[in-house]
Design a protein. Structure first.
Length: 415
């Protein structure tokens, strides 16, 4: 076992070994400083070479691999580390005020709620427990509050279903303890929940097999047969993808055929395209997170392209776009959130979770467009302050609200 392992006592006074990890936020920040990242990499390799049982070194190497784009190798190393050891502690940045035990699963940065980012620079000690089934309280390290961090995905669905009801008798408070509800936050599941809603608009989404998409491409099956009112153009993407990977707007059966030739998958999401551009022709997409029902703006991207992601919107290259985002962050509570209070209320009633997020926009007639809802959307404060000076105060409010939520749940006063 690694020498970087700390011994903690459970409530039953048994002993649990928790490996010491550098953590996602620390390593993600290092990636932006190549010499620093290289030094960390070399140090971790030296540790792993000297002690093949140093599972924490391997887990941190896996995180660096994923963060630098080698996802496949990173997931392979991560799985090997977790097979050896399931508990990893990231120390608090300040004097510890609370111990949070997070139930997590294998995967990249979209697999679990971004707790390490949310808790950055806080007094919360984070312990990630990679579970493959219902956890046993007797095997848990000492903690004040627990959190079900696993997000919706096809890979996680069986695990979430096995966890249903398993956390009800946990000896400490557990936040987000609704695994079955989380498992149902699929793109089509969310859309189906809000069909015909007066304040929330979700474009029609259907999950279909490759044979069905091939029939659409051949013209042997009409779009209306997949979902009532579905017409060209449509958006097609493989199930399980994120950040626009494999996502395309298609306007004819021939375009679907060409798409299928390049994107092999067993299942796809077919989504009705809705033009949510503003009067100036630009598309605006917001990421909003809810902390015990209270909305916070994590970012707003402004783009010339209908497929909006913060990186491809080139926000760093446009002072005008950043000024618009800054204004949205400054006015969010009294502006956007107030306008969509009814929609936000409906979302939180539908998904009564302590924490989750949505990607959304506005329709021309004033409704809230919801593209996706999940607990694992990336939220961070790593954008450079010299380019985005307005972000730090906004993200601090969000992070402090999350930390306060944990302290309240655990009955532990803040520092």
């Amino acid at each position: 076992m690694s020498t970087s392992t700390r011994r903690l006592a459970t409530a039953e006074d048994t002993h649990v070994l928790v490996a010491e990890s550098l953590g996602l936020a620390h390593l993600a920040r290092a990636v932006g400083d190549p010499p620093r990242a290289q030094a960390i990499w070399e140090g971790l390799v030296a540790r792993a070479t000297a002690n093949p049982g140093d599972s924490a070194a391997f887990l941190d190497l896996a995180t660096l691999l994923i963060a630098t784009g080698d996802r496949e190798k990173g997931l392979e190393v991560q799985a090997a580390a977790v097979a050896d050891h399931q508990l990893y502690r990231r120390a608090a940045a300040r004097t510890p005020t609370l111990r949070l035990l997070a139930f997590t699963t294998l995967g990249d940065f979209t697999a679990n709620a971004p707790l390490d980012f949310l808790l950055e620079d806080s007094g919360v000690e984070l312990i990630n427990w990679y579970v493959d089934g219902p956890p046993s309280p007797g095997a848990a390290p000492e903690h004040d509050v627990a959190f079900l961090a696993i997000g919706e995905s096809a890979e996680a669905e069986p695990l979430l279903q096995r966890l249903e009801g398993a956390l009800a008798a946990w000896p400490r408070p557990v936040l987000n303890a609704r695994p079955g509800l989380i498992a149902g936050m699929t793109r089509d599941g969310v859309a189906d929940r809000f069909v015909g809603h007066p304040a929330v608009f979700c474009p029609t989404v259907r999950r279909v097999g490759r044979e069905t998409v091939q029939a659409l491409a051949h013209g042997t099956r009409p779009l209306a047969d997949v979902a009532q009112g579905l017409n060209f153009p449509v958006i097609l993407r493989p199930v399980g993808t994120h950040a626009g990977h494999g996502m395309a707007k298609l306007s004819s059966p021939a375009e679907i055929g060409a798409y299928l030739a390049e994107h092999m998958a067993a299942e796809y999401y077919v989504t009705a395209f809705h033009d949510y551009s503003g009067a100036d022709g630009l598309f605006r997409k917001l990421r909003v997170v809810f902390i015990q029902g209270r909305p916070f703006l994590a970012h707003m991207a402004v783009s010339e392209n209908w497929m909006v992601h913060y990186l491809n919107a080139r926000m760093d290259e446009s002072e005008a776009k950043r000024a618009e985002e800054a204004a949205m962050m400054a006015s969010f509570d009294d502006g956007f959130a107030a306008r969509h209070a009814e929609a936000f209320k409906a979302l939180c009633e539908t998904y009564p979770l302590d924490y989750f997020g949505i990607d959304c926009a506005e329709t021309a007639d004033g409704r809230l467009v919801v593209f996706e809802a999940d607990v694992a959307m990336i939220v961070h404060a790593m954008d450079p302050a010299d380019v985005y000076p307005y972000k730090k105060p906004a993200m601090r409010r969000l992070f402090e609200a999350f930390v306060d939520c944990l302290h309240q749940a655990g009955g532990v006063p803040t520092a």
